[in-house]
Design a protein around this ligand. Structure first.
Ligand code: ADP
Ligand code: MG
Length: 332
């Protein structure tokens, strides 16, 4: 038996963190949001296989932190395991940038608020940076990812053709959802230089929903907050179900999640269909475990059954106008 070389370990494990063009876009957008960006521009070529460029106007990366950005398990967001239960950033494992570098060619441009100019870098597959120039950019960070899956030919082939188009749809859907979770952030998505979608920043969920869905004519706003329960629910949902395979966006503490049990509830309430819209749930961080899946798309909530019955009750009362016997606690 032999131990794998560290290069092989990196490539094998990275293929699990970064499984698709979509997962790169998701990780880089989440990093931009963690950096406090209010404008995030996403430019893709060939469904992300040709190029993924994400530009933000966040805080930028300090010169002394740059050498560790692409090294595995370096993060500026989490110090101890005990912090994990209070984490309010999207990232905390320090895996994404390092993983992307080991399966693609990565360039980075960044200017921290304390810098007078931006600097550009090439990042090697082992995460080591080399500076390539100086640029007059605004404060913020840009990642440019090309030659995706250069060392994973089967994966690359898989995403060429039909699967690639599905990736673009998945990316588009994710950006709409993350815009609902962060209505004050401006998003723009371009594919092969064409504008696909943009979202102007707004303080109101209603405006974000209108920009995501085109119209919110058949949607009703929901609102619930009860301090002692540590639960707050807002959102907008259509009054009748659509035969769409897509459930409404479910956001828990600003994370877009697949909340299977809640999706099931929607099907129950909407005659085996899904409403369109979004439900945004805010829970005190100690009631949620976000470290369940590699891509953090699932969360485990403490008192999940209670939470689901709260949402069912609100939807029943505020959207569908159906009284349920035990719904005395829901504010209208
Ligand atoms: P994580 O997000 O889990 O910390 P990543 O590998 O995604 O891990 O990023 C590593 C580190 O690089 C982050 O902790 C952050 O300090 C820095 N970073 C990455 N992207 C950005 C960005 N767009 N703006 C500012 N800092 C960034
Ligand atoms: Mg991250």
């Amino acid at each position: 038996m032999e131990k794998l070389s560290s290069d092989t370990i990196r490539s094998v494990c990275s293929g699990q963190v970064i499984t698709s063009p979509y997962s790169i876009v998701k990780e880089l957008i989440e990093n931009a949001l963690d950096a406090g960006a209010s404008i995030i521009e996403i430019r893709l070529e060939e469904n992300g296989l040709g190029k993924i460029e994400i530009r933000d106007n966040g805080c930028g990366i300090k010169e002394e932190d740059r050498p560790s950005v692409a090294l595995p398990h370096f993060t500026s967001k989490l110090k101890n395991f005990s912090d994990l239960f209070l984490v309010n950033t999207y990232g905390f494992r320090g895996e994404a940038v390092s993983a992307i570098c080991s399966i693609a060619k990565v360039a980075m441009i960044t200017r921290h608020s304390s810098d007078s100019v931006a600097k550009s870098y090439m990042v090697r597959s082992d995460g080591v940076l080399s500076q390539t120039g100086t640029i007059h950019n605004n404060v913020g960070t840009t990642f440019i990812v090309t030659e995706l899956f250069k060392n994973l030919p089967v994966r690359k082939k898989f995403y060429q053709g039909k699967k690639g188009k599905e990736q673009l749809n998945e990316i588009d859907h994710f950006i709409r959802g993350i815009a609902i979770a962060n209505p004050s952030v401006r998003f723009m998505l371009r594919h092969n230089r064409q504008l696909v979608w943009q979202h102007a920043s707004s303080r109101h969920l209603k405006d974000s929903m209108a920009s995501v869905y085109g119209t919110v004519g058949d949607m009703i706003e929901i609102n619930y907050s009860k301090e002692d329960s540590g639960v707050q629910v807002t959102g907008m949902l259509s009054t009748s179900g659509k035969s769409s395979k897509k459930p409404p966006f479910i956001v828990v503490n600003k994370r877009l999640v697949k909340f299977k049990a809640l999706q099931k509830s929607f099907k129950k309430l909407y005659d085996n269909m899904f409403p369109s819209g979004a439900v945004c749930i805010t829970l005190s961080p100690n009631l949620v475990d976000v470290n369940v899946e590699v891509d953090k798309s699932a969360v485990i909530c403490r008192n999940e059954a209670d939470l689901i019955s709260i949402v069912e009750e609100i939807v029943g009362k505020q959207v569908l106008n159906t009284e349920s016997p035990q719904n005395m606690s829901v504010n209208q």
